[in-house]
Design a protein around this ligand. Structure first.
Ligand SMILES: Nc1ncnc2c1ncn2[C@@H]1O[C@H](COP(=O)(O)OP(=O)(O)OP(=O)(O)O)[C@@H](O)[C@H]1O
Length: 520
């Protein structure tokens, strides 16, 4: 059983456990607080007593045979159904013209050798039946465009670099192949040891938590267990879980390196490595750690994803992975079209006042709202100022807060008990804040990529959202790119921004005019 807090003893009896608070995991047996995860079934349970009951209810007692050392996932999933003319009801065989026209309609572009055709339904992949059911249970009826192309590519064992809008379903496009291939493999090669078969690296704890939660939902009822390896959570529990056998590890690079260097974790069977938010993961700061993890593995299949993939990341990705297939959906490196951007020119001293006006305006405030700021201290101070001045409950979230507090803040926010979260970049990427439809970029981040990810929190799966962005002369480094992003999405460019000499200089330079001398 995985223990969430190594300091407190594991609860023996069900009645030792407290009731679950709203949003907390519930014990599958008694409904109390599901403080632990049952190693054998991956279910939430409250105590040893309920674990015993749960296991007692499991009718099929498996007797796994021992596994020869170093059996790896087959390069392709034999179960993956590409084309079979005998079973036309399942997968229509598309002609080359049809494939091309489907891709062009959905704005799917591909590059590389032997790219499989896009799938039209999850059922055409011959996924394990339980995975198919789990997809239905989470409400995924048809694959999104990135899933249509990325899932068959990953199931075919190809290395992949995929870029698609924020909120377009990239997570499931790597989790579905992982769950399918891992559980099929375990089914055919039952083992006591159960060394990890797949690994997902992501830049923040919040994102890792979310990916692991989604993996658990998709792998429910299958031979598929997960371990979360992030800072701020007791390492002992993470190691225990891995050593007791998991299929997937989800973690941040720093914590994983910690784990690899200090503890005996065998990764020689990891055959799929995912780098989510790949542009961030291959940036200075993360790159060395990611490469260190990569080198600890034995030539895994690599799947890389982001909404923003600049050229230099493409190059790095190609040097990392052989015969890479590139998939991109929609406008490359652009903002999500479903987010309406409103750029407001506000001098720094007036920013707070402007924010309070928006939050107190019935017309403009659309809770729950994420306000993005540039520093941890800024997040603390601004959230307090919002609560004091407007009476609206606001909480900060940033990397210096303990993991427990970060989780609790997000829970309160998602439950609607807190209307505003003031966050640094920790919430900027990947985190699926389902009910959020409004983002306020109080401090513009230092790259346009981060800006695109931050405003992407306001829309999931094409639902309309809005992003209000404050800007002034302090943000001049991004003026040129910002004007392009605003114009390309049909947003109004504030007069001050359009007329700024920094915008004009970059414009004239890009049109081949001579640059004006500074100060002239
Ligand atoms: N096929 C599908 N049908 C319905 N909903 C889906 C489908 N695939 C994913 N979703 C939902 O869409 C939302 C966005 O998905 P996800 O978080 O994977 O986006 P993303 O592309 O990774 O975004 P980001 O770039 O911001 O990380 C999630 O709430 C997810 O549950």
């Amino acid at each position: 059983m995985v223990v969430s807090d190594a300091a407190s003893p594991v609860k023996e009896r069900c009645w030792d456990q407290r009731e679950a608070l709203p949003g907390e995991p519930c014990c599958v047996i008694c409904g109390r607080y599901g403080e632990y995860i049952c190693d054998d079934t991956n279910d939430d349970i409250c105590s040893i007593e309920c674990k015993r009951i749960l296991l007692g209810r499991l009718s099929n007692n498996r007797k796994p045979e021992s596994l020869p050392h170093l059996v790896r996932l087959p390069v392709t999933d034999e179960c993956f159904y590409v084309k079979d003319d005998d079973d036309k009801s399942k997968t229509p065989c598309l002609s080359n013209n049809e494939i091309e026209s489907l891709r062009s309609k959905l704005e799917i572009r591909v590059r590389g050798e032997l790219v499989p055709p896009p799938i039209l339904s999850f059922s055409s992949c011959n996924l394990p039946q339980k995975l198919q059911k789990n997809l239905e249970a989470v409400g995924y009826e048809i694959p999104t465009p990135v899933q249509m192309q990325a899932i068959p590519t990953a199931l075919n064992g190809k290395n992949l670099l995929a870029s698609a809008d924020t909120g377009s379903g990239k997570t499931a496009s790597f989790l579905v192949p992982i769950v399918s291939r891992c559980s099929n493999f375990r089914f055919r090669n039952p083992s006591d040891q159960r060394k990890p078969l797949a690994m997902v690296l992501a830049p923040t704890r919040e994102l890792c938590v979310q990916i692991e939660e989604q993996a658990k939902l998709l792998g429910n009822g299958l031979r598929f267990k997960t371990a979360l390896v992030v800072g701020g959570e007791a390492m002992a529990g993470q190691i225990y879980r891995i050593q007791n056998g998991v299929e997937l590890i989800v973690g941040t690079p720093g914590r994983l390196i910690d784990l690899l260097t200090k503890h005996d974790v065998e990764l020689d069977e990891v055959s799929i490595l995912v780098l989510d938010e790949v542009d961030c993961m291959l940036q200075r700061g993360f790159r060395d750690q990611v490469l260190q993890v990569f080198q600890a593995l034995s030539r895994p299949q690599i799947l890389m994803y982001s909404a923003t993939v600049p050229l230099e990341v493409e190059k790095m990705a190609s040097s990392l992975a052989k015969d890479l297939i590139f998939v991109s959906v929609g406008k490359r490196n652009g903002p999500n079209k479903s987010v309406k951007q409103v750029a407001i020119w506000v001098e720094s001293k007036q920013k707070k006042q402007k924010l309070f006006e928006i939050l107190m305006s019935q017309q403009h405030f659309k809770p729950p709202v994420v306000v993005f700021v540039g520093s941890r201290l800024g997040a603390d101070l601004l959230s307090e100022a919002i609560t004091v001045t407007t009476g609206i409950k606001a909480l900060p979230i940033h990397g210096e807060k303990p993991m427990k507090e970060r989780r609790e803040t997000l829970r309160l926010f998602l439950m609607g008990e807190v209307s505003v979260i003031v966050a640094t970049g920790v919430l900027g990427r990947g985190v699926d804040l389902l009910r959020v439809r409004q983002v306020i970029v109080f401090d513009i981040p230092n790259s346009i990529k981060e800006y695109i990810h931050q405003i992407g929190r306001a829309s999931r799966m094409g639902e309309e959202g809005s992003a209000i962005v404050f800007l002034n002369e302090d943000d001049k480094n991004l003026f040129k790119e910002l004007v392009e992003v605003l114009k390309s999405s049909g947003a109004v460019v504030p007069r001050e921004l359009a007329n700024s000499r920094y915008t004009m200089i970059s414009y004239s330079a890009s049109r081949g005019h001579k640059k004006r001398k500074q100060g002239s």
